[in-house]
Ligand binder design. Structure first.
Ligand SMILES: [Zn+2]
Length: 234
């Protein structure tokens, strides 16, 4: 194998590692976004449960107000009843009082029912909040692990980049532009092995003179089809 091809192969190995790292790093924001969407369902559940509590509290408040108004009315009627001297009016007032007391009774029964309902809604709300807190912890763990992955990969990238600069200096300057052009156009594979007379990059059968040239390894030989630099593995 030609020395410059050997040097290019090592360079290509590092460049391929850098390409893979860049691709993995690019995926991390998506992973982060996906982790965060796990929160949405829990947020909705908490909001719904909280709305149910507020709604129930409001209904209870209305019942209490209604009962309160009737209590006041009963007090007023009792005073009127005490003050009247007409038996007919006394009886009418008594009848009214009984009617209002019945209403208050009904309202208080409903209040008790609503209080039980409210307890259930509050329990549901607490459970939803606990579930959300749990999810929040899981997401924080996910995000932390993604952050660690990013740190590791960025560190490796810096190391490989430094190493790559050193390796590039060991390649004859004249072939670097060709190498870089091929790396760009041939999706990260500029140097390909020759296997059974075929190019390892595009898999086309090579003409006999190319096969011989690659085997003798006297000069840089390229696939006549895709243009990749060819070599025979030692
Ligand atoms: Zn080829």
């Amino acid at each position: 194998m030609l020395d410059e091809v050997r040097a290019l192969l090592i360079l290509q190995d590092r460049d391929r590692r850098l390409l893979a790292l860049a691709k993995d790093l690019e995926k991390l924001p998506q992973d982060e976004a996906r982790a965060k969407t796990k929160m949405a369902a829990d947020e909705t559940a908490v909001t719904r449960a909280h709305d149910a509590v507020l709604d129930c509290e409001l209904r209870l408040k209305r019942l209490e107000l209604d009962a309160g108004t009737r209590h006041t009315t009963i007090q007023r009627l009792k005073i009127q009843q005490f003050e009247t001297r007409k038996n007919e009016e006394f009886q009418a007032l008594k009848h009214e009082i009984v009617r209002y007391e019945k209403e208050v009774d009904n309202l208080e029964t409903k209040e008790l029912e609503l209080m039980e309902e409210l307890d259930k809604f509050r329990a549901t709300h607490r459970a939803a909040e606990e579930a959300r807190a749990h999810t929040r912890t899981l997401i924080a763990e996910d995000l932390a692990s993604i952050g660690q992955r990013r740190e590791r990969m960025e560190k490796e990238r810096a190391e490989v980049e430094a190493e790559r600069e050193m390796l590039a200096k060991q390649v004859p300057e004249a072939i670097l532009p060709l190498y870089h052009r091929l790396m760009k156009t041939k999706v990260g594979l500029a140097i390909a092995p020759m296997h059974e007379g075929k190019c390892g990059g595009c898999h086309m059968k090579l003409i006999a003179s190319t096969v011989v040239a690659v085997q003798t390894a006297k000069e840089i030989t390229r696939c006549e089809d895709c243009g990749r630099i060819l070599y025979v593995e030692d």
